[in-house]
Design a protein around this ligand. Structure first.
Ligand SMILES: Nc1nc2c(c(=O)[nH]1)N=C([C@H](O)[C@@H](O)CO)CN2
Length: 122
């Protein structure tokens, strides 16, 4: 079981997101939490960036995806982000939380959280 992770908390993306017509005319902030399994031992032993999963590169790619086209559902955003992280960066397990604060008047926060892949990869 691989327990090491790289994480990014509260990545802010200005997205066209929502099911209602008025939401398709504006951008709204989404805040993404990403958690990605990654074995840190090769990078730590060599002190070599090439063995690391770069949180900056991942964050840029995710922002481009989320801001690059409109979405109706936060579920779709979460799924597409998980697929991107797994396919482009070779991450075996990912947890993606998409927060859409302000969408419900009396709620502090809301959104969806998904996990994709297996943490038991050697
Ligand atoms: N499970 C979901 N429920 C809702 C979503 C969503 O993306 N997933 N979206 C909306 C509206 O866009 C809402 O955020 C507008 O305030 C409603 N429910």
């Amino acid at each position: 079981m691989q327990a090491d992770t790289v994480f990014v908390d509260q990545l802010k993306c200005e997205a066209v997101i929502g099911v209602f017509d008025w939401e398709k005319q504006i951008t709204q902030p989404l805040f993404l939490d990403l958690e990605m399994s990654w074995d840190h031992r090769p990078a730590a032993a060599s002190d070599d960036y090439r063995h690391a999963l770069c949180y900056d590169t991942v964050s840029t790619a995710v922002t481009e995806l989320v801001e690059g086209r409109p979405h109706e559902l936060v579920e779709t955003v979460a799924e597409r982000v998980a697929e991107l992280i797994r396919s482009r960066f070779g991450v075996h397990w990912v947890r993606v939380t998409v927060n859409k604060p302000g969408a419900v008047k009396n709620a502090a926060n809301l959104g969806v959280r998904i996990e994709r892949g297996s943490r038991t990869h050697p």
